[in-house]
Design a protein around this ligand. Structure first.
Ligand SMILES: Cc1ncc(COP(=O)(O)O)c(C=O)c1O
Length: 499
């Protein structure tokens, strides 16, 4: 490339928050790395740049200085400035397309176990950009008392009391004591504080369990459809994922027993099936426990949002019915507080305590202490209980508002699923719509839609349950009623156009 072409190709944005010299530096660096400016090529005198790009000489000198310091250029005042010849790898890269080079070779060097972490069927998603209708799994942060949280945290920063060194891998004891009392009172969970292991979100708990309880190829039973965080962790541990259909009573235990007699672990969401929202009936709970006890199957009870039960009080946890220590209880603070906090916990049967605590220490020594201490105070001073009570009322109103709007505006297109609680509502298509098309159309008008198909991509090897006609999971908790009304109107326009 001739140097004048290169200058012509440079665009600098004066509105950008990045200084002009950084932009110029980045443009030149990009050209060198892409092989458009070859080793040995002389750069134009700084005044040529100044004239062509209408920038000051100092801007050009600053960009050159940075590139000289990083070794992309060589030269000195009066001698000219050149692309450094001692960059053979870069020169080579210029001749081949970056994408061709070694992407596949590099992937070859990732372990098989590592590649399993990248399996698209297991991949989880994260929230991007500002909150929009109908983002799933999102509490309303405007309702969170950040002032109180900040005050509690500041107190620990001012008086760290020697607690900020490396701590117990199981977590902050004061928090575990408070959680044990809370879980007993609210969920009937039987445990001592010593049985609680604090994790970095419940995702880490699912990952630890998948790794510690399953050898590659061993069978893990999951609900179908299933939470992607669970299948992601199971893919990573190279487990054989066995899909078991759910109906109005939750997971079909008889199906599991018939098809997967050699399963080692069953992952369930009995309080509020993710994503469809039904509660596992008492009969099914008893059948699941019986099957698990008779066949030495661990049950992982993911109790992710049972605090948000509207109307009736929630059924006690599955763990509370367990007489054989076969249930492992998983909880999270992502719904009741906020997902970015990354706090979750495990309630472990005695025999799993030592191995799981050791594994946790290997992964990250322990979860960050400051949020744990702040949360302990938040619970002890009563803010936790008050926040849950307040948000439960608000979310119940928002769910009712969503159901009402959908029934008014989309009665021919959608039917609502279980409405007992949670932050999201499953809705099913009454006619054959293409989920992907609906999601794309939603994106164009500012709606963040999640298809139920997202949760159905589970590799059931045999007897895969038949697909339903499709639907959406609509998050409502982070939206005001006015936002819900507006967004359902948009959704209605979208469905009418999709006819
Ligand atoms: C079934 C289920 N478990 C757990 C979580 C929470 O995960 P984490 O604690 O890692 O934020 C979610 C969030 O959407 C969920 O749907």
């Amino acid at each position: 490339m001739h140097i004048s072409q290169m200058i012509a190709g440079i665009t600098l944005d004066r509105q950008d928050r990045q200084p002009l010299y950084r932009q110029l530096y980045a443009e030149i660096r990009k050209s060198i790395l892409a092989g458009q400016m070859l080793p040995g090529m002389q750069l134009p005198p700084s005044r040529e740049f100044c004239q062509a790009l209408q920038i000051s000489r100092q801007t050009v000198l600053n960009a050159y200085d940075q590139l000289l310091a990083e070794g992309y250029l060589r030269g000195s005042v009066g001698q000219g400035t050149f692309v450094n010849e001692d960059l053979p790898a870069i020169a080579e890269r210029g001749k081949t397309k970056v994408s061709d080079i070694s992407a596949t070779k590099l992937l070859d060097r990732i372990s098989r176990r590592g590649l399993q972490h990248m399996d698209p069927r297991g991949s989880t998603r994260f929230h991007q950009g500002s909150v929009r209708a109908f983002r799933v799994s999102m509490p309303d942060l405007d309702l969170f008392p950040f002032d109180i949280w900040a005050r509690l945290e500041a107190r620990h920063c001012r008086h760290p009391k020697g607690q900020l060194g490396y701590g117990d891998p199981a977590g902050h004891l004061a928090l575990r004591e408070l959680l044990a009392v809370y879980l007993k009172a609210v969920r009937g969970v039987n445990c001592s504080p010593e049985q609680i292991l604090i994790t970095s979100g419940s995702q880490q708990a699912l990952y630890l369990l998948s790794t510690m309880l399953l050898d590659p190829g061993e069978k893990a039973v999951v609900e179908y459809p299933c939470y992607r965080g669970t299948t992601a962790a199971l893919h990573a541990s190279q487990a054989d994922i066995c899909a078991v259909p759910v109906d109005d009573e939750g997971m079909d235990v008889e199906y599991a027993a018939r098809h997967y007699p050699d399963a080692r672990v069953a992952f369930v969401t009995p309080s509020h099936q993710m994503p469809l929202g039904m509660t596992m009936s008492l009969q099914r709970r008893m059948a699941l426990l019986e099957w698990a006890q008779a066949n030495a199957v661990w049950i992982v009870e993911d109790d992710y949002d049972s605090e948000y039960r509207f109307g009736s009080s929630p059924l006690a946890s599955l763990q509370s019915l367990d007489t054989h220590q076969s249930v492992i209880y998983v909880g999270t603070l992502s719904k009741v507080l906020f997902p970015g906090l990354r706090l979750g916990y495990l309630v472990l049967p005695e025999k799993l305590l030592e191995p799981m605590i050791q594994a946790k220490a290997v992964i990250d020594k322990h979860t960050s202490i400051m949020p744990q201490m702040t949360l302990a105070d938040f619970i002890a001073e009563g803010h936790f209980g008050r926040h849950i009570k307040r948000t439960r009322k608000v979310y119940a109103e928002r769910q009712a508002c969503l159901v009402n709007c959908l029934e008014k505006q989309l009665v021919h297109e959608l039917v609502c699923g279980a409405q007992d609680g949670g932050l999201d509502l499953a809705v099913y298509f009454k006619q054959a719509y293409d989920e992907e098309q609906i999601i794309e159309a939603g994106q164009k008008i500012g709606l963040e839609l999640r298809g139920l198909g997202h949760y159905a991509d589970v590799p059931g090897k045999t007897n895969r349950p038949t697909e339903s006609s499709g639907g959406l999971l609509l998050g409502f908790a982070s939206l005001t009623c006015a936002e819900i009304e507006r967004s359902v109107s948009k959704l209605a326009t979208l469905f009418k156009a999709a006819h």
